[in-house]
Design a protein around this ligand. Structure first.
Ligand SMILES: Cc1cc2nc3c(=O)[nH]c(=O)nc-3n(C[C@H](O)[C@H](O)[C@H](O)COP(=O)(O)OP(=O)(O)OC[C@H]3O[C@@H](n4cnc5c(N)ncnc54)[C@H](O)[C@@H]3O)c2cc1C
Length: 408
């Protein structure tokens, strides 16, 4: 059994940022990745690109320094960026490693059995992703089995779907982007809508992500949310495709996508939707106004050039109550994700009712030596994003180094 100070699980940006910081502090560690570096990004759909601009890649020690800071990296470039990042500090990543068992030793570290051997580690950093288990809404299992039903992570491109209309259930960033792509490819698309904030891609002469970063929106901690369920709200609707443009429910409706309310279920022949589309739009508009107020305050505080706040166009119409499923080729669930730690970490008490870790600054408050990085709202709203994960990785690595020096 190999004795090692720290095992990091996951070779995405969270695991690599942790590895970079542990390396800088001279803490011996290994990164175990079940696929390859950046595995989750590799598996996103073919035309996938970042929603956040390249300048917002701020991993520790290697902020974006390429020639296209205002661009939006496609999938392959994100993976290449992460591979180069790992190589830049010689991250001890082991790829294609499966963990077969993992246990805590009563305050004396952890024991892992893996396909690359056994480890005894004083600390464990879980960096297995912010978006783990695809969530399907109530009623999902009432759709006819003759219809192809996939989650977003199984979508690759329009041609890979059977011919026919497509029902997308969930209108967060992924649902809207896939709706736009499918509609652009000539498919008729019905989008069952849920609540999400939205804003224009550009406000004044800046990108929306600049406003979110500078106004403190990304820095909001969990305690500022109206309740724990707010962690599961969709991210702000926009896209980085074709250099970035507005993408939200109104732009999709104007393009010809059929918007419906929340998906309720099906009788095997027809899909049913809640009469709540206007309410959903109003919820998004209220978030839009809150954001604009926040940005206006920033303008005043910093003496910036005044910005024009566009008033959302009126939105009337409840959307269809039912749609005949004849002629549909596929249903795509884009209904968000839930944490999945409990399915493989044997410490049920270490997680809250929604499955998020009980932690302070990434350190488990239940299991000594257990850390998390890259979780949505771990410390702040940006904790799971390329712009924010580095800050948390630094804090976690320093805590591990402090604990180590106290123990030796
Ligand atoms: C559709 C979508 C679009 C996004 N777009 C953006 C964006 O534009 N900008 C932005 O900043 N953020 C974006 N995000 C959010 C976030 O940046 C990504 O989810 C990112 O992949 C999170 O990085 P991570 O390292 O935390 O997790 P992941 O990238 O998911 O990495 C976790 C790694 O852990 C490995 N792993 C998991 N379980 C195990 C195990 N048991 N043993 C070993 N290895 C394991 C996985 O193979 C994976 O490689 C997006 C998220 C989604 C879902």
């Amino acid at each position: 059994m190999e004795q090692i100070e720290v095992v990091v699980i996951g070779g995405g940006q969270a695991g690599l940022a942790s590895s970079r910081e542990l390396t800088g502090l001279g803490v011996e560690h290994v990164v175990l990745e079940r696929g390859q570096i950046g595995e989750t990004w590799r598996n996103r759909w073919d035309s996938f690109c970042l929603v956040t601009p390249n300048w917002s890649l701020r991993l520790p020690g290697r902020p974006y320094d390429g020639t296209d800071p205002d661009g939006f990296m496609p999938r392959e470039q994100i993976v290449a960026y992460l591979e180069q990042y790992a190589a830049s500090f010689g991250s001890p990543v082991q790829e294609h490693v499966e963990i077969s068992s993992l246990s805590a030793r009563d305050g004396d570290g952890f024991v892992l059995e893996t396909t690359s051997g056994s480890y005894k580690a004083r600390s464990l950093v879980v960096a297995t992703g912010a978006y783990q288990r695809p969530h399907r809404p109530h009623g999902a299992n009432t759709l006819p089995i003759s219809l192809l039903q996939i989650d977003v992570e199984d979508y690759s491109n329009p041609k890979a779907l059977p011919p026919g209309r497509v029902l997308i259930i969930g209108s967060g960033q992924s649902g809207c982007q896939i709706a736009e792509e499918l509609h652009g490819s000539g498919r008729e698309v019905v989008l069952a809508c849920g609540r999400a904030p939205w804003a224009s891609r550009r406000i004044g002469d800046r990108d929306i992500v600049w406003w979110l970063a500078e106004s403190g929106f990304f820095d909001a901690p969990f305690s500022t949310l109206p309740g724990p369920e707010a962690r599961l709200y969709a991210n702000l609707l926009t896209t980085g495709h074709d250099g970035g443009h507005d993408l939200h429910l109104r732009t999709l409706r104007d393009a010809g996508v059929i918007l419906a309310g929340h998906f309720l279920g099906s009788d095997g022949v027809r899909a049913r939707f809640a009469p709540d589309l206007e309410e959903t739009i109003a919820w998004g508009d209220a978030r839009y106004r809150q954001l604009m107020d926040l940005f206006q305050r920033l303008v005043v505080q910093r003496g910036l050039k005044p910005i024009e706040i566009l008033k959302p166009s009126p939105f009337v119409g409840p959307g269809p109550a039912e749609i005949d499923l004849a002629g549909f080729g596929a249903v795509i669930f884009a209904s968000g994700f839930r944490p999945d730690f409990r399915s493989w970490l044997a410490w049920p008490n270490a997680f809250d009712d929604d499955g998020f870790p009980l932690q302070v600054d990434g350190a488990s408050t239940v299991i000594p030596g257990l850390y998390f990085v890259g979780i949505h709202f771990l410390r702040k709203r940006k904790s799971s994003l390329l712009i924010g994960v580095g800050e948390d990785a630094t804090i976690v690595a320093h805590d591990i180094a402090r604990t180590k020096s106290r123990a030796t």
